[in-house]
Every structure is written in C-alpha cells, then in structure tokens.
Ligand binder design. Structure first.
Ligand code: ATP
Length: 305
C-alpha cells in the first residue's frame, strides 16, 4: 500500500494589523505571511476505515481535535472516501508559538490526501475546506510571501518573494490567542485607513527595504497577557537588532519571537549571541512560493509501494 511522506512548514507574520471586529465576531486582519523552512514531518499511511493520529509530542492532541485529523475527516466525507488513514506527525515546530504548526499540518494533510486519494482538487479546490478548518489554513495551501486579508484566509501571493534568513526563539511561554484578541478588543479603534502593510507591499515592488513600516498589533496585548514574556522579548529584540536584523517581531500572538536578516552571516552571529545569552535560538531560511511548491514536488517522489 502506498504511503506519502511530506514536510509541513512553519510561517511567521512579518506584519499583522487588526482593523476591527466584523459582524460575524471574527477580526478583520491584514497580515504578511512568510513560510520558513522549519518543518514538521508527516507520513500518511492508508489504513483501515478511520482516521488515526500518531504523535509523541505531549502538547499535541491525538483525538479528533487534532487539526490534521479534522482535515482528513473533512476531505474524506467531501470526497466520499471509504478508506482510512494513519497520520504520523513528527513535531519540530514549537506548539502554540504563533508559527502556525497546527494549521500547516492541516493544509499538508489536505494536499497529501488529495494526491493519495487521487481527488484532483489541488490548492484551489481545497480552499473552501481549508477555510472551515481555520483562518491560517488557506495560506498553507499556497506558501511563500503572501498578503492575508479578511480573517487572514483571503490570501494573495506577492510578486516579490522574500529571500532571507530568520532567527527564532521560542520562550516556551503559553499565550492564549483568544485572550490576546480579547485584550486588544477593549482598545480597538476602527483603522480601515491604516496602511503600514500596503506601504510595505508597494515599497517591496520598488526595491529592498520597507521593513520598518511593519508592525504586529498583537504584540503589546500579548506582552500584557504574559508579563514574563516582556522581559525576555526585550532582551531577544535587543540582540537581534544589534546584530543587524531588518525586522524583529513577535509572530502571530506569540510566544515565538524572530528576527529577519537579508544575509546569512549576521543571522548566524545573532543566533550565537542569543545562545550565549542563554536562549535557544533556531535558524531557518525563508521559502518563496516557488520553493514551497518545489518541496511539494519532491514529496510526490517519496511515494512508496
Ligand atoms: P494558533 O495561533 O492558531 O493558536 P499556533 O501557531 O500558536 O496556533 P499551534 O502549534 O498550531 O500554535 O497549536 C495551537 C493549539 O492547537 C495547541 O494547543 C495544540 O494543542 C492544538 N493542536 C491541534 N492540532 C495540532 C497539530 N496538528 N499540531 C500542533 N498543535 C495542534
């Protein structure tokens, strides 16, 4: 029986603007997504008639609340597939770090099972299933540098794809995404005219730079929600900027903090400097849309009998 091995990549938010609360209760966002090559490994093994998750990470559920399992169930009913699947997840992406691990796993399972079950839906056909699973899932059908609008689920690839290096620290402090948004709601003013991300996008089309226009609106609320994180991120940010990061920011609602570098050498130095200060820093390269698609092409070759 054929099984499929794939990589499920993490993302960072290079910028994130919260514009207001919509009538349906969700937040109206404008965000810049970027895939990085930090990845979980997923193996899909056709088996039995149900969906089973195998994962030894203590913070990842193995029941039907696992986002990867929900993705498989949804596609199975949509495609009226009788066959079951075992989803083996080897976690490398920090869990609950704002790096989109669960959403990425869900998208990888949709793309992988679409291929394994020969449904032929592709990223476009899978989009409406992805939206049902979570606001970040549609982005992972695409990857690369992309603009996310609405709940973050309306995704537009940028013409200019960023090639750079990230240095990440996961302080391992849990910050509840719902609580961060709730805290922000209290002081939200309508900002439809806010334009930092559009500013960046237009600058990007003109040439390098523009990162100074980017900000993460969730950062302050996340740091208020977890005051112990404020001290740590202050130190991490200082090191990243000192070593030449063109952007230093919390990803999503945290708690991962990252720096973006245009060159490999300063990124390496920043990583060493953070390690010397007692942080465990990871280096990861950004992936363009094309590189993301290429990684999918390679996973096809790993189809085994
Ligand atoms: P979000 O901002 O959507 O909460 P995140 O990127 O901060 O996401 P994730 O690693 O996706 O964090 O994990 C969020 C929660 O989702 C965790 O509490 C975890 O228990 C749950 N979860 C469900 N399925 C998965 C999965 N396949 N991988 C990781 N976490 C999962």
């Amino acid at each position: 029986m054929k099984s499929l091995r794939l990589r499920s990549f993490a993302k960072v938010n290079l910028g994130l603007e919260v514009l207001g609360v919509r009538e349906d209760g969700y937040h109206e966002l404008r965000t810049l997504f970027q895939t990085i090559d930090l990845a979980d490994e997923i193996v899909l093994v056709p088996s039995g008639r149900g969906v089973r998750v195998v994962c030894d990470h203590p913070l990842v559920p193995r029941d039907e609340s696992n986002l990867a399992a929900r993705a498989a169930q949804l596609l199975r009913s949509y495609g009226r597939i009788g066959q079951g699947v075992e989803i083996r997840i080897h976690k490398r992406i920090p869990v609950g770090g704002g790096l989109g691990g669960g959403s990425s796993n869900a998208a990888a399972v949709l793309l992988g099972l679409d291929r394994l079950w020969k449904l032929g839906l592709g990223p476009d056909g899978l989009h409406r299933l992805a939206v049902k699973l979570g606001a970040d899932v549609p982005y992972f059908l695409l990857g690369g540098t992309a603009l996310g609008l609405a709940r973050g689920d309306e995704v537009y690839p940028l013409r200019r794809q960023i090639r750079g290096y990230t240095v990440l620290v996961d302080p391992g402090i849990h910050v509840s995404t719902a609580r961060v948004f709730a805290r922000l709601d209290g002081r939200l003013t309508t900002r439809e005219n806010s334009n930092s991300i559009y500013y960046f996008v237009s600058r990007e089309l003109e040439g390098p730079g523009g990162y100074r226009f980017l900000q993460n609106d969730l950062e302050e609320a996340a740091l208020e929600e977890a005051p112990e994180l404020r001290v740590q991120t202050g130190r991490i940010r200082d090191v990243l900027l000192r070593e030449g990061a063109c952007l230093a920011s919390l990803s999503g609602s945290g708690s991962s903090y990252f720096g973006l570098f245009e060159d490999a050498r300063p990124a390496k130095r920043a990583r060493a400097a953070l390690d010397a200060e007692g942080f465990r820093a990871h280096g990861a390269r950004t992936l363009t849309l094309e590189q993301y698609r290429g990684a999918w092409g390679r996973s096809r070759n790993r189809l085994r009998q």
